[in-house]
Design a binder for this molecule. Structure first.
Ligand code: SAM
Length: 426
């Protein structure tokens, strides 16, 4: 199977089918036997999504009219990505991509001409691309406006640049099973280069990503994959033995697991609306040898699943635009539409309100999103504080948000994330 064609077909599922890149790759990769082919297809697909808006701009300069055939259009992007960003031999990139047109013989001269003209005019085309903000940042126009509006042009440019980087693979060691120094030694013994992350006690950054199966004792639960920004949630909850914890919007349980690893003597209830995602919660907790009460339920309607017993701690990890995790999921830039964001703040606010009604006096609620938009984050908390006199914000020392703690993708080595802590007054 021509790997360029596999990559193009995978991309068609994203570009035309609206499927996530993760799902599209899960569909495509099992058919490839050779691990190098799998790695190549994955690298090309991630790369095309990461630089889609730039490649699309360049392609438009190279054709007289838009390419209507979805597979050939994707193949042109695959070809351009290889030439512009990958260290593959130019000759092989062109000839293999042309060959991938297969029975569509009309497309052979087209792909050949596009790629050869790109090579001839590369410098000029790249500098033209740099004069268009969409191509320069490789983000859609609406998203550029939203981020610039919230953070100003200079900070926004840093965010876009950070969004286009390859994300580091981050681990969270299970402190019930191991300590970080020991795990680092185990990694070193396997020649997996890694380092401890400062200010994040369970976090390890791998210099190069590896398959989870290559990680020592992964199957027995010594370690999980989790970005450092997501690892702050458990610490912010100020957990103590014997507390009742509600993890609202819990699937697939990255944070539930961290909560239980930090303080195993808790009564932990994890709720998510999505039954399929809830199955992943079960699998993940089982691997880590942890347990919680799992409920498939709508966080906005606790009356349908809650027994009325108040909680000491609540984590609301709200459904969000996920604009803070673009570097890990570059397909977000293609799939997310401005209109998708219209209903989200109201849903987040309804979940926050419902959660508040289940929190005991003297209890603590942590609101979290992996978004960098104020409408999903600090605006929500500002509004909530004006409407709830019994809510007191516990502020953070230094951060750019008026309320809560906004981690921007460009600030640290972690994903874009937001946290706010609300204490319930008696
Ligand atoms: C950001 S993800 C949660 C990630 C998770 N806390 C973790 O750390 O692994 C948001 C979750 O909210 C869930 N969700 C969306 N709307 C919901 C609702 N109305 N009630 C409960 N869960 C909801 C989604 O199914 C999704 O699993």
């Amino acid at each position: 199977m021509n790997t360029r064609l596999v990559a193009a077909r995978t991309l068609v599922r994203v570009l035309d089918g609206g499927q996530s890149l993760t799902a599209a790759l899960e569909h495509a990769l099992p058919a490839l036997e050779n691990p190098q082919d799998k790695a190549f297809v994955q690298a090309v697909c991630y790369g095309v999504c990461r630089y889609y808006h730039r490649l699309q701009f360049i392609l438009m300069q190279l054709v007289d009219k838009p390419i209507k055939d979805a597979e050939i259009y994707a193949l042109a992007l695959v070809g351009l990505y290889q030439l512009a960003f990958m260290r593959v031999k130019t000759h092989a990139a062109v000839s293999e991509t042309v060959l991938a047109t297969r029975k569509k013989s009309w497309a052979k001269p087209l792909i050949n001409a596009v790629l050869r003209r790109y090579l001839r005019e590369q410098e000029n085309l790249e500098s033209q691309a740099n004069s268009s903000p969409v191509a320069l940042h490789s983000h859609p126009k609406w998203l550029i406006s939203r981020v610039e509006n919230d953070w100003g042009n200079e900070k926004a440019a840093q965010i876009f640049q950070a969004n286009n980087q390859f994300p580091p693979m981050m681990l969270r060691i299970n402190r019930l099973q191991t300590i970080r120094e020991n795990y680092l030694q185990q990694l070193a013994a396997l020649e997996i280069e890694a380092e401890a992350v400062e200010n994040c006690p369970a976090a390890i950054r791998l210099v190069k990503p590896v398959a989870v199966t290559a990680l020592p004792n992964f199957e027995s639960g010594a370690v999980s994959v989790q970005d450092t920004s997501a690892q702050f949630a458990a610490g912010l909850l100020e957990l103590k033995a014997g507390q009742r914890i509600l993890d609202l919007c819990a699937a697939p349980a990255g944070k539930t697991a961290h909560i239980l690893e930090s303080q195993p003597n808790l009564e932990c209830v994890a709720v998510d609306i999505d039954a399929t995602r809830m199955q992943r919660v079960e699998t993940n907790l089982k691997r880590l040898n942890l347990s919680a009460t799992l409920i498939v339920g709508d966080a906005t309607q606790p009356e349908s699943w809650w027994n009325g017993k108040l909680f000491d701690r609540i984590l609301v990890d709200a459904p969000c635009s996920a604009l803070g995790v673009i570097r890990r999921h570059p397909d977000i830039k293609i799939l997310r539409r401005a209109e998708d964001l219209v209903a989200l703040p109201a849903l987040q606010y309804a979940i926050l309100n419902a959660a508040w009604s289940m929190l005991a006096e003297g209890g603590l609620l942590v609101y979290a999103t992996c978004s960098i938009l104020k409408a999903e984050n600090e605006d929500q908390i500002a509004h909530f504080l004006t409407e709830n006199a019994n809510a007191q914000e516990i502020s953070f020392d230094s951060n750019p948000a008026k309320h809560g703690w906004q981690i921007l993708t460009s600030d640290q080595n972690g994903d874009g994330f937001y946290y706010a802590r609300l204490y319930k007054l008696a």
